[in-house]
Write a protein that binds this ligand. Sequence first.
Ligand code: G3I
Length: 337
Amino acid sequence: MLTFFLGCKKEEISKCDDNIGLFTFSSYPIGTAIDFNALESDPVYKSIAIKQFNSITPENIFKAQYIHPEPLLFNWTEADRLASFCQNNNKRLHGHTLIWHQQLPQWILDYQGSPFDWELLMKVHIQTVMTHFKNKVTAWDIVNEAFNEDGTLRNSIWKQKIGDGYIEKAFLFAREADPSALLFYNDFNLESNTTKLNSVLSFLNNLRNRGVRIDGIGIQMHISTYYPEPTQIANTFQKIATQNYKIHVSELDISVNPLGKDFVPSEELFNEQANLLGSLVLNYNQIPKQFQHGITFWGISDKNSWIRDFYNREDYPLLYDDNYLPKPCYCKLIKTL
Ligand code: G3I
């Protein structure tokens, strides 16, 4: 992997060198996903997390596979340590994620029962986790990635076992468990796929019309320098905000090599990445304040990004390079916040 060679100009980042963080430039929270192992083992990672961000999303450790490994066993150890880290350092904790078709423990995948048994299983999972973190977690991704790209409901294990009503039930159980938490629906490609966005909005609006409280929508935004166009992003923000949902840019990263080609990273490419981030932020700034839940990056340094492992490709999607030096997109962020 390349060691990043085109970092910010020193004078551009001097404002952030010491105790001033990215979030101090912003009127809304600036977050990062936290890889718990890196937080505990890498002091540089930890100090950047503390200094630069004021909202934390657990990248993995709140997912059912880790937090609910056996039917009657909840594993709070790491999640509690992260919650204490957030409390001690005055960070908002955004819970991710309760109901998803991935990263499920084997016992859920193997579970045999009636639709009612499955509903109970889902209720116990949501309510035990939310009750445990009451007053520690401000907002939750209740349901994650429930839609297909064509706008239909994904045939996830939850839909198969409980039926289409599982999403409504999940939000109702969540509200019952912690009436003060903000409840989000979270998904990807909403900024680039209008069919999917329209389906999600009409589905959630329908639930709201039936009295189900849903506070916001997480737009993951695993995007790239090739798509989407800034205007698509602006339209998406506007469309969601006009329907009275808070917007969380919940998993932002900007790939510079989405096709996984052999490529030579160039100054031009990293400036393109910075410019796309800049326009995204300027558009986010236009959203009425009450709908700005914040912008969360899906990691700190390029070397921590899920993209390299998952797609097995060379890529540089985040604010910091492999040596934790801020990149041009970091400087652009400060200028545009
Ligand atoms: O738990 C094992 C661990 O025991 C083992 O030592 C390690 C060795 O590689 O692997 C660990 O599991 C990995 C896990 O991350 C924790 O590091 C899995 O193999 C790996 O597949 C898993 O990837 C996560 C992925 O979700 C799972 O689909 C990524 O870190 C995480 O960034 C990614 O996050 C998702 C969001 O939750 C939802 N939206 C999409 C986003 C990107 O896929």
